[in-house]
Write a protein of this length. Structure first.
Length: 146
């Protein structure tokens, strides 16, 4: 059975942390540290407008000698956001993250932000699927189903 995003969210929880594009990078870093997450969804008027991640910070602030205290989230966030829905499978998420070289996928249901899955969540789901399939094949080969 294919694992869906809905199932992943039921296991990990639906908490998703957001920040305004006008917040400072320092505020974003503090929120990420407080919530122990690697990315925040950037929203404006309840609409997803980007994602800011530790990767964005490292590449667009630290390596460019910018100051986190004066730099706005909108200056460094990733604006092109790839989304998934609750019925998207873990395998489809894996394909999308690999093809687009991204690590976080906001989950939208009827246009509303209902969660966030990371590459780690996806890998765990795919591994569970494979372990189940291997177990079933082993049982079949050993005659357990006869």
């Amino acid at each position: 059975m294919k694992t869906t995003v809905e199932q992943m969210l039921m296991q990990k929880g639906r908490d998703v942390w957001t920040i305004s594009p006008n917040a400072t990078v320092m505020e974003a870093l503090k929120l990420m540290a407080e919530k122990n997450v690697g990315a925040l969804v950037v929203t404006h008027d309840d609409e997803v407008v980007g994602i800011i991640s530790e990767r964005d910070y490292a590449r667009k602030v630290v390596l460019r000698n910018k100051a986190s205290i004066n730099t706005k989230v909108k200056e460094i966030m990733t604006e092109k956001v790839y989304y998934v829905g609750p019925k998207t499978t873990a395998e489809e998420c894996m394909t999308l993250t690999v093809q687009q070289n991204i690590r976080h996928l906001p989950v939208l249901k009827n246009g509303d932000l209902v969660g966030l899955v990371s590459i780690g969540d996806v890998v765990k789901a795919v591994i569970r699927e494979q372990e189940t399939e291997i177990g079933q094949l082993s049982d079949y080969i050993s005659g357990k189903y006869i």
